[in-house]
Design a protein around this ligand. Structure first.
Ligand SMILES: Nc1ncnc2c1ncn2[C@@H]1O[C@H](COP(=O)(O)OP(=O)(O)OP(=O)(O)O)[C@@H](O)[C@H]1O
Ligand SMILES: [Mg+2]
Length: 249
């Protein structure tokens, strides 16, 4: 019994993103219906589901962009609705269209977002190192973001997550519109963050990448998480079959 209590407490400590009975309604529509979800350090949780299933709503609740009607979302044990500023400092976010600041260079964007999160310890050399880690060389780092491709912008997003030492990374359809090589490289970068202990929550329609990159896949339908499956790499899981079975049910 004590052993179980100990395992339980280790698990609790490792949990970074936690949703408890999280619900959101828009007039007649239940966008999210009593979601229970935990993403621990070093886990990549991929949310799948049809358009309108509630994936972006889930991410926006963790970001504090919207407020739940009931239940709560917490990051590192802190309720997002009550500690909006503190929880934001623990997060990095990569939306489908990575905006950042087009008029600033990649390096200046990194500097700006680190400073916002209270990281003032880095110099130019440090920033170049972070950008190098994600595959952006110096001559690119000094170019304006408005000249970057989607894949390059996302790399800046990952560099921000690394430099902020983000406890959690939230991504909304990050691989849509990436060419297969860029999507594969992106998966490898997420793997680096995972090894650093970041908890990753990612909404996607890409079943192949979800099985490849994710440690867990959750299938959402009409605002509910209907199934969660652990993955063990591509080929080991017929995700398409599981997914389509839920969609047809
Ligand atoms: N601001 C809003 N006002 C009204 N309804 C909304 C709002 N935002 C989301 N919804 C509704 O909530 C439901 C869930 O939407 P959500 O954006 O979370 O879906 P999603 O799973 O991200 O879909 P997609 O795959 O198309 O991105 C949908 O029915 C949507 O129309
Ligand atoms: Mg969405």
């Amino acid at each position: 019994m004590y052993a179980f209590a100990w395992i339980d407490s280790v698990w609790e400590n490792d949990s970074v993103l936690h949703a408890y009975q999280l619900s959101k309604r828009y007039r007649q529509i239940t966008a999210l219906d009593r979601l229970d979800l935990t993403v621990a350090r070093g886990e990549i949780f991929c949310l799948l589901g049809a358009n309108g299933a509630g994936k972006t709503t889930t991410i926006n609740l963790f970001l504090g962009f919207i407020k739940p009607d009931s239940g709560h979302a917490s990051i590192d044990g802190m309720n997002v609705a009550q500690h909006a500023r503190r929880t934001k400092a623990l997060l990095a976010y990569i939306p489908e269209q990575v905006q950042l600041y087009g008029g600033l260079t990649g390096l200046e964007n990194l500097d700006y977002f680190c400073a916002l999160a209270g990281h003032v310890e880095y110099n130019r050399g440090d920033y170049l190192e972070f950008l190098d880690r994600v595959g952006l060389e110096q001559k690119v780092a000094d170019r304006r973001l408005s000249t970057y491709s989607k894949g390059m912008r996302q790399k800046v997003g990952i560099a921000i997550a690394l430099a902020k030492r983000a406890k959690a990374l939230l991504l909304d359809e990050p691989t849509s519109g990436l060419d297969p090589a860029a999507a594969s490289e992106f998966g490898e970068l997420l793997g680096q963050l995972r090894n650093d202990g970041t908890a990753v929550l990612m909404a996607t329609h890409d079943l192949f990448r979800a099985a490849e990159i994710g440690t867990h896949v959750g299938i959402m339908k009409h605002g509910r998480l209907v199934e969660t499956v652990p993955t063990s790499g591509p080929g080991h899981l017929d995700l398409e079959k599981i997914y389509l079975e839920h969609m047809r049910a």
